[in-house]
Design a binder for this molecule. Sequence first.
Ligand SMILES: [Zn+2]
Length: 214
Amino acid sequence: MSAVNANRVVVLFSGGVESSCLLYHHLINGQIVYPLYIRAGHPWERLELINAKRLWRFTRLKHKNLMPIRVASFPVKSIRTQEVFIPLRNLSLVAIASALAYCLKASSVSIGSLGHYPFEDNNRRYMQELESLIFKGAHRHIKVEAPFMEMHKAEVLRSFENIVPFDMTLSCMRPYIHSSRIFHCGSCQKCQERYEAMSEAFGYVSNKPAKLIK
Ligand SMILES: [Zn+2]
């Protein structure tokens, strides 16, 4: 078995506020970053992915350690119990990212979990248990990183002020296109969380809804 590259990390990236902070966190650390977008079958994903790719192109201009964005599908639409909640969401995402990390000989995967949601698979101890299971299954140590665990969204945003182009991020369950631009709906749960976190972090909302589509 050839050696694992300790500097490679697979980052779960959707182009939303947290995952964009996560992407920049690893880029600034000088790691070789492999972003992974996972489709779960949500209606907002088509526009979200277009926007994530646009943010990727913008970021790549400055950060040559950013590798091409990959897309994996893990349709869970049929087993969703509520609009947002997905059973074992983090377990599923980390498992898919770890399989990619294994193939790329990356030493870690990274997820932007914040740790203040009341889900049983969303805490540091659970992530550590996942690491041991991955090791048992793959005979390779793949670290599961969650650098924002136990932090509040506003705290994370504040740490990346003037680093992450927040006006290019998209976190919305009902985005729409108008005149070739993607807009936030402004009223869904994700928009609400984004609005509250940005207001708390910066005192204003960088929610210029216009997202030019190339
Ligand atoms: Zn919305």
